[in-house]
Design a protein around this ligand. Sequence first.
Ligand code: UDP
Length: 323
Amino acid sequence: MGRVLITGGAGFIGSHLADRLLDEGHEVIALDNLSTGHPRNIAHLMGNDRFRFLKYDVTDYVHVEGPLDTIFHLASLPSPVDYLRMPIPTLKVGALGTHKALGLARAKGASLLLASTSEVYGDPEVHPQPEDYWGNVNPVGPRGVYDESKRFAEAMTMAYHRDQDLPTYICRIFNTYGPRMRADDGRVVTNFVAQALRGEPLTVYDDGGRTRSFCFVSDLVDGMMKLVQSGYHDPVNLGNPIEMTILEFARRVVELTGSKSKIDFVKPQDERTQDDPKTRRPDITKARQVLGWEPEVDLETGLNKTIDYFRELLAKGKEGGAA
Ligand code: UDP
């Protein structure tokens, strides 16, 4: 892969990907505007002479000195609370940011991997979701800003592939968790783990009957590495097919943290649960066949690592907010 650019390189997934690429001997340039990424995620890489960080917004014109072999375009606002708070930057990074990243890839003769999302399936009417399902998205609902930005990003990526012969890759990432998420990012994993560690009630929305399938970050990074070397250019789901209800997940977090927290059923009065997908689970047949990939880290192992990270973060009095 040689010289690699990661947009969103100081984020949760981007920083783990940087670790992995550096471990394998590549040179990494991480680009991030630090709107939700954090310098602490890459602080340990700062002395590495194969690593460079550029504080930069990929929505603006991107200039990178020297050659590039691969671009991982991860910059995004994937947490519902973030994209509901910052709808226009969300649309801009998916549309303009993807355009800039693709233009840069073309100029450098680099391949590009787009980090897309299971949200392209919206509130799915097909279960589990295979890649050839076109989805059920409300374009004008509050989640539409994220879903449509990624759908547009996929369309733009395929256009560069077909029209410009650019070697592009698209992974549709399902719920992923692990160390370096922000304690205040509002997602279910971080909310529940932080609440359990503080001894506060876990906020299960509505009746907790919606389902999700949780993939540990190292498995995801593994899948991305395989995809970008696969020569397979259609979208591929990357996620863990083990599905559970949010209530089951809350009980698991309480058990693994050893917390005395109780579970509260709450009805958010804002937009948080509007169009919230009722079920979500990846069909990973394609990833198995094309990449020989499937998740290996079980929920208990992954959650224990995540809980250890947050225990330390909260003990230092850091809430994990944006830089
Ligand atoms: N959720 C919840 N309590 C919380 C945060 C989230 O019950 O404190 C629910 C949310 O309504 C959704 C699921 O957990 O059904 C996953 O939410 P998350 O924000 O993690 O990501 P999503 O999968 O919706 O993008």
